[in-house]
Design a protein around this ligand. Structure first.
Ligand SMILES: [Zn+2]
Length: 321
């Protein structure tokens, strides 16, 4: 091989990636994200790609409890081992194991007693058997109740290390109080096993500096399905190029983890992103033998969610160049 053909071979080897990078524009990425979203994630696409959040639109935290009729949701058993105990807007879940309950996300403090404590009891579950509370991130809509669950039931609180740092700086008068530091998850992630059930925590910073996403098994009529639980969605962080790169890379990391685990169920912690409020109810209806659980899709559909997140974040990043 002469020098020219070696150069040509090298050039050809790197061409596809280089060409792809050169062709990506905000518009082409938004178009790719729209294709990835399809009909499955149209609302999420609209929220983060078409009209992304920004910090100036953010309201200060309010201590006013909204009218219960606007948020209260009944609790439901959604899978054999997974129970919805969230509001109409924010999801919280109880994952049951042979040795107690793993809670995934809490909620605003006003929702903790009526949705989580009373919800577990109404479903025939004993709140005193909760062993872990896994938090996707330290924002009030997902974490205000955690101090109460920790102090009352002795549940161990798990969250990303950077989100522990911000949590521990809160004043004691913060709504819902401040939890004591338990288990901090770093970039390497963590596996939590209880009663034969393992939840894998994936470090996916972006929405917050320590956002965690989770992979865990659920059972549907005895069949095991794998859930990819996306921990943070909106772009309500400082609009810096590096923040969008971090978010983009986390979407890629979670997509790889979901793919490796064969996840066919996509869940998020806001009901608007995964239809939890409706799906929890649809899951109560009788199904024919060939009907899937309302939450079950396929590996490719789960991948498309994270590709959409990746491309929406990269589109935003490129607008800053
Ligand atoms: Zn948040």
């Amino acid at each position: 091989m002469n020098r020219h053909s070696i150069l040509a071979a090298v050039f050809l080897a790197v061409l596809p990636a280089a060409q792809g990078a050169a062709q990506d524009t905000p518009d082409s990425l938004v178009a790719a994200a729209k294709r990835a979203a399809g009909r499955d994630y149209a609302g999420t696409f609209l929220r983060i790609c078409v009209a992304p959040d920004n910090l100036t639109a953010r309201n200060p935290p309010s201590t006013v409890v909204p009218d219960r009729a606007t948020w209260y949701a009944k609790p439901y058993k959604v899978f054999d081992n997974l129970y919805f105990i969230g509001t109409r807007i924010h999801s919280a879940w109880a994952l049951t194991t042979n040795d107690g309950i793993i809670i995934i996300d809490t909620n605003f403090s006003y929702a903790i007693e009526p949705e989580m404590v009373d919800g577990l009891t109404a479903l025939g579950l004993d709140p005193r058997t909760m062993k872990y509370v896994l938090l996707t991130h330290a924002h009030g809509d997902h974490d205000q109740g955690v101090a109460l669950l920790q102090s009352r039931y002795g549940a161990k609180v798990v969250m990303g290390a950077p989100d522990w740092e911000s949590t521990l700086q809160r004043p004691a008068t913060a709504p819902g109080g401040v939890p004591k530091r338990d288990i901090a998850v770093g970039p390497e992630g963590l596996k939590i096993t209880l009663g034969g059930t393992t939840v894998e925590a994936i470090f996916t910073p972006g929405h917050s500096p320590g956002t965690l996403s989770f992979i865990f098994p659920v059972k549907d009529g005895g069949r095991t399905l794998t859930v990819a639980y996306s921990g943070g969605t909106a772009f309500n962080f400082p609009r810096l190029k590096e923040n969008f790169a971090i978010y983009r890379d986390s979407a890629v990391r979670m997509n790889a983890a979901a793919t490796a685990a064969g996840a066919t169920v996509l869940m998020t912690n806001h009901t608007e992103f995964d239809g939890a409020y409706d799906k929890a109810r649809i899951a109560q209806l009788p199904r024919s033998a060939d009907e899937k659980h309302p939450y079950e899709s396929d590996v490719r559909t789960v991948q498309r969610y994270f590709e959409m997140l990746r491309d929406c974040a990269e589109a935003q990043r490129l607008t800053m160049q």
